[in-house]
Design a protein around this ligand. Structure first.
Ligand code: KG4
Ligand code: ZN
Length: 357
């Protein structure tokens, strides 16, 4: 079996990224380079991602990042087997920049194009970093998504549950904004929470104790807003109380999904819970879920934070997985603002990001 070397591009939100990854399924793969330019500063004055600013910034910087990714990897262009780019879901202007660049490179070089679902990138990261075997239970927690899925194979996902309103990362970001903490909110809320009292303020935990695997975070966010408008709050205690509520919600819904996965994939010898997406970088969430997985007899895999937040190594790897199966895409492949992993499932919050989210 020959290893494959893939160039990956990611431009679906506010990170512009290029990476070169080498390996073969099931992984782990070798990350030869991983260049990420975060546009945080450009969006910070607006308290959220502004789509027009994002696409212009991707356009300005992507060429240079690709050169750097190839240079850092220390490889020649002729060693690249295929070019993978995020083709959705995400902010459509940004997706178009990355996908069109990948098409141009493919056309000029004669190398194949693989159009990658950004969510599959997050989903398959644990194979890139840890070589996790299928099937596994995936908790995908990011700024645009909060889903539980069974990952049965490359491209085969069964949706267990999704959020009925906000994504969990969005709840972190909005809480930060309400509390006057700088964008991006997640890491700031986490660091303040570490110094606060999680029992200082009673906050609601929507759907807790109810059957099923769906999520809801908007009631929690609204309660934080009310708390702040009606009281003089201690920021650290508010962050700790919010994060404790978010953890309780994630733990409760994931527990139901672990039970369902056990029933549906009874043959899985060592069932694994994979936590992916930007919110997986949160250490308090990670350790709560590790304890839960252990109680249910599951292994847990949480990729290192730099591969949990948006990056191109995960896109290169997801492209590699499909390319290894003989899959590739035509140069007229259309970018998609919405693109659920499980097209048959109910995907209420499955793609488009909102401005300021
Ligand atoms: O996966 P990602 O980089 O982009 C999306 O595809 O959404 O996730 C970004 C989200 C943001 O909402 C950010 O606030 C959140 O992940 N996030 C965190 C942490 N680091 C990033 N949330 C909580 N705690 C963190 N440490
Ligand atoms: Zn993402």
């Amino acid at each position: 079996m020959n290893t494959l070397t893939i160039l990956g591009l990611e431009t679906s939100c506010d990170e512009t990224a290029a990476a070169v990854v080498r390996g073969y399924p099931p992984g782990p793969g070798e990350i030869l380079s991983n260049v990420v330019f975060s546009q945080t500063e450009a969006h910070a004055p607006y308290g959220g991602v502004v789509p027009e600013i994002a696409s212009r910034a991707h356009l300005e910087i992507l060429d240079g990042l690709i050169e750097k990714a190839l240079g850092d990897a220390g490889i020649f262009w002729n060693e690249i087997d295929a070019i993978a780019a995020t083709a959705g879901p995400g902010l459509i202007g940004g997706v178009m920049v990355g996908l069109t660049t990948a098409k141009a490179l493919a056309l000029a070089s004669g190398k194949p194009l693989v159009a990658v679902n950004h969510l599959a990138g997050h989903a398959l990261t644990a194979r890139l970093t840890d070589g996790v075997d299928f099937p596994f239970l995936l908790l995908l927690v990011s700024g645009g998504h909060c889903q539980l899925l069974a990952a049965a194979d490359v491209g085969k996902y069964r949706l267990y549950g999704t959020t009925m309103d906000d994504a969990v990362g969005e709840a972190f970001d909005k809480t930060a904004k309400i509390l006057g903490l700088p964008y991006p909110g997640g890491p700031n809320v986490e660091s303040h929470a570490a110094r606060g009292n999680p029992r200082a303020y009673p906050l609601p935990r929507p759907l807790l104790g109810r059957a099923g695997t769906d999520f809801s975070f908007s009631g929690l966010k609204t309660a934080v807003r009310q708390l702040v408008t009606q009281n003089q709050v201690n920021i650290e205690d508010a962050c700790a109380s919010f994060q404790a509520a978010a953890i309780d919600i994630l733990r409760d819904r994931t527990a139901h999904a672990l039970t369902r996965f056990r029933e549906e994939f009874a043959h899985a010898a060592r069932p694994t819970l994979v936590v992916a997406g930007g919110v997986a970088a949160n250490a308090a969430i990670g350790s709560a879920l590790a304890k839960l997985a252990d109680q249910h007899g599951f292994e847990i895999r949480v990729p290192p934070p730099r591969y949990c937040t948006d990056n191109a190594a995960m896109i290169a790897w997801a492209g590699l997985e499909r390319f290894a199966l003989g899959e590739r895409d035509p140069l007229d492949f259309s970018p998609k603002a919405r693109w659920p992993l499980d097209a048959s499932g109910d995907n209420r919050h499955s793609g488009e990001r909102q401005q300021g989210a």
